[in-house]
Every structure is written in structure tokens, then in C-alpha cells.
Design a protein around this ligand. Sequence first.
Ligand code: GSH
Length: 303
Amino acid sequence: MLTELVTTVFCIVFGIVGYFYYKFRLANRVKAPKDVVIIYQVGRGPRAPSFSPFPMKLETFLRMAKIPYINDHAARFSSKGKTPWIELNGIAVADSQLSIEYLKDTLGLEIDLHLTEEEKAIGRAFLKMTEENLYWTMCIEMFGDNLEPVKSVIPYRGFKLWTTVKLLRWAIRRQTWGHGIGRHTAEEVWAIAVKDLNALSTFLGDKKFLFGDKTSEIDCAIFGMIAQIYWHMPGSKHQVYLQDHLHNLVDYIHRMKDEFWPDWDSVTLEGSTYKSDHGVLYSKKNVISFNNTHNNTTLNGVS
Ligand SMILES: N[C@@H](CCC(=O)N[C@@H](CS)C(=O)NCC(=O)O)C(=O)O
């Protein structure tokens, strides 16, 4: 009887608190003018603008395509239970790649005009290798036996850090088991990672960007992923291998950073000029430097 009463009271209190929290979050939603993209992502990362490769890719793409956007850092997840996702004129699109494709189709963007069909096919293959394979090797290392690298990048302390890491580790183990890669030994997973990283480095060679002097869409994804290894996996095998053996990839991510992130310091938590940009409009007049040679997208109302 007492147990039932306690459970009922707990459920009611939990429900009321949850309801008001939900209302509070809805009331604090970022609002965007017409033709401005809202990008929903978890907050900024300590040493790079995100500690997830997918928002890094998507936000870099918005800058590359010169699309005005506003960040919502309230960590709202998409209808698919993942982050990042976007909204444009009231239409929500979940998944970084589907968002990019939606924007290209809807806005008629011609980002990769300089690529041949064969190059686009190669780009697609590298995208999938990086996001569906290399990414999981990174997750497996980050949430494996040595948790120090991951603890140093999650901006929490104490109990909150401990529970976050435990929960993420549990989720990653479930996901990698389902994927299949989580059934390999640590040595086998590491060998896969090295092959993927070497393939990227070999293909890049001494080119400035993956397909030559000009950036293309695929550079956003590769930059997003390698940036995580370099800035957010300190002391990990991935990071040490990149730093010691794959200098062209390290130079490449610095070139991408210079090209699209002139405001890097102010959008990384450990930057000396860091300031929250939740709700801040990025447009052509704002911080995006357009020294790249892509098309000049013009959108109604925002320049
Ligand atoms: N294919 C997705 C991947 C996004 C993704 O995996 N996001 C992770 C954070 S890095 C996530 O939301 N994980 C939550 C979960 O899997 O439950 C995309 O490109 O957006």
C-alpha cells in the first residue's frame, strides 16, 4: 500500500516537473527568419566547434554553401532520436547527410560542379567509409578500456560526467554490436581504423583538398571526422597515429579550419574569446569568411 502510494506520488511529481520543463524548452526555442536554417546540435566542443563529427560537417557545409543559419544548442534530438538535424521554413530534416541533400535540392545549390561523376562516386565511397566504419572504430576506442580521452572532452564533472560516460559506453556497445564491428577484438578494430585512415591520407596525397585546389562537399565530412580525432581524442591511438604518421591529413584539417572557421576561437569552449552563440545568426555579413570560390547563394531577406 505504502509502496503504491509512494510510486503514484513520484509519478505525479515527475510528470508535473517534466511537463513544465518541456514547456520551458518549447518557450525557449530558437526562432529563425524566413530562409534561415536552424541547426540543432549539442553544445560546442572544448577544442573544436563540436565534439561530434556530424554537426561539424553540417555546419561547415552551411558555411561552404553560404547559407544563413542559427544554432540551437539546447541538445534537442531529431524525430529519429539523433543529433544533428535542421529546420528550414518550418520543415524539419533529420540526419546530417539528408539535411545537406535537402538543402542542395531545395535551394538549388551547385556545390560540386567542378567534379566529374567518377569523382562524385569516389567521394560517396569515402563518405561511407568514414562515417559508417572509421567513426565506429573511434567510438570503440573512446569508450573502451581507457576512458581518459573521453573524460577530458566531455565538459562535465563528478557524478554527471560518470553517468554520461557510463550511458554513452552502454549505447556505443549496443550499437557497435548491432553494426558488427563491435564483435571484433580491439586489435582487429584498430587494424580497420589504420586502413581507413591510410586510405584517406593516400587519396589526399599532396592535394590541398580531397579533389584538388577547390573544396567540395565531401571535404565537410572528412574534416568533421578527422578534426574529432585530432582535437577531441587526446592521447588515443587514433590521435597519436594521425599526428605521427599522417601529416598531410593534419595539414588538411588546418586548411579547412582556416577556410571556413575564422571564428574558431570564439566557438570552442576552451577558446580565449569563447561566447555562447545559441540563437546567433550567421550570415554573409557575420563571421563567415567567404574566401572560398563557391557559388554565391542568395536567399530572401538575409544577406
Ligand atoms: N547518420 C547520422 C549520425 C548522427 C549520430 O550518430 N549522432 C550521434 C551523436 S555523434 C547521436 O545522436 N547518437 C544518439 C544515439 O545514437 O542514440 C547523421 O549523419 O546525422
